[in-house]
Design a protein around this ligand. Structure first.
Ligand code: UD1
Length: 376
């Protein structure tokens, strides 16, 4: 049996872990429990709407460990993850530690595991914005460079890692077979593997559940395509007053009287309370929404404006035009296809060209589970 520690802590990580936990469960049901999955919640996100709601909606098991690191400056938050997860790793002696995305929880776990010589498996490896003022960019670069298996969501991500000197590129960087297995998680000879995007799996599965379970459209009295959706939470938009006010101005202008629904992240709420420039009356602020409600809000909107990485892709998969409230994006394919435009380049319309699948085929979680089952 292979023993894995999965580390989650922030909202997008619950969404990424969800399909993988299902795939592990299916494997275990079918073939005599080859994978022991120990779940660690770092506690980076802790409000009900930012954390527990996702466990409830997805039916994710109760984590075996809660690290309760809470909020704090980057150094403190990362250090608490590092310190507390080391104890868990030393107690459990896992065969690998699986980390997700690019948060401070990702980095803390990557450093802790690699320092005690446990192979790190990074889900969503290889993404780059080429902007080191983003805390997530630092987290990605550092986490990738101590990982043994770098599981990439796209060809672009593989190419970024090749540029940074990674040599062991599995299947020449093309999507691997669903049952690809038997890879060595070699700390000194890391492998780069295109497995597709696990968030594509999440969307495909969750949208069907959301249609049945979410009543958010009725609750907010919304009809299909009679509103836009807005989300803002990135540090580069919320930590500087001028940057934040630029975004507020852009949103007010672009909405131009149209109804906009804005589930407001706690970080943004703090900034907004002190801001002089306010959103126009047509921007309706609500509490952060669960995944099913967000998917329904997104799927039925006429336009999304967001600085979230995940929502840019979700918009693309659900055929909703997107304006990204940032100066660059890791998800270049969505921009190339015309479905996504960076806000400073927005001229009032989108020119959508295609929806070619750039991010796998919705079977990424099965690929990851097959790799986990057989790591050596
Ligand atoms: C983090 C990730 C980001 C991810 C985002 C998803 C880092 C560096 N950033 O950003 O990549 O896209 O999560 O949401 O790890 N807070 C609450 N309640 C909570 C959680 C946070 O009130 O449950 C407040 C805290 O007081 C804190 C602020 O929100 O000041 C920011 O939280 P933090 O987890 O540090 O970063 P995020 O902005 O959420």
């Amino acid at each position: 049996m292979v023993k894995i520690i999965n580390v989650v802590g922030a909202r997008p990580q619950f969404i990424k872990y969800f399909p993988i936990s299902r795939a592990i469960q299916t494997f275990n049901d079918q073939s005599g429990s080859p994978i022991k999955d120990i779940l660690v919640h770092t506690g980076q996100h802790y409000d009900y709407e930012m954390s527990k709601i996702f466990f409830d909606e997805f039916g994710i098991k109760e984590p075996e460990y809660h690290l309760e690191v809470g909020s704090g400056p980057h150094g403190q938050q990362t250090a608490l993850v590092l310190q507390r997860i080391e104890d868990v790793i030393n107690k459990e002696h896992p065969d690998a530690v699986v980390i997700y995305g690019d948060t401070n929880s990702t980095l803390g776990a990557a450093v802790a595991a690699s320092k005690v010589h446990v192979p790190v498996i990074h889900v969503e490896a290889g993404l780059r914005s080429f902007n080191k003022y983003m805390p997530e960019e630092i987290n990605r670069i550092l986490a990738d460079h101590v990982s043994a298996l770098l599981l990439c969501p796209s060809r672009t991500a593989v190419n970024n890692l090749i540029t940074e000197g990674f040599k062991n590129i599995i299947n020449k960087g093309s999507l691997i077979a669903e049952d690809y297995s038997g890879l060595e998680a070699d700390i000194n000879n890391p492998s780069v593997i295109n497995v597709g995007d696990v968030m594509f799996d999440s969307v495909l599965h969750a949208v069907e559940i959301a249609k049945k379970r979410s009543n958010i459209l009725d609750k907010l009295d919304l009809a299909k395509e009679d509103y836009c959706l807005l989300t803002i939470h990135r540090a580069e938009n919320t930590d500087r007053k001028d940057a934040f006010e630029n975004v507020v101005q852009f949103v007010n202008n672009t909405a131009n009287g149209r109804k906009v629904i804005f589930p407001m992240h706690p970080r943004t709420k703090k900034v907004y309370e002190g801001a002089e420039k306010k959103f126009a009356d047509n921007i309706k602020i609500i509490e952060p929404a669960g995944y099913f409600d967000i998917l329904m809000l997104l799927k039925n909107s006429s336009l999304v404006m967001t600085d979230s990485g995940g929502m840019q892709k979700e918009a693309y998969w659900l055929n909703v035009p997107c304006i990204t409230l940032r100066d660059e994006t890791e998800w270049v394919e969505t921009v190339e296809s015309g479905w996504n435009v960076l806000y400073r380049e927005y001229t009032g319309s989108h020119r959508m060209s295609n929806t070619d699948a750039h991010y796998g085929d919705g079977q990424t979680a099965e690929r990851v589970a097959a790799l986990l089952k057989s790591i050596q």
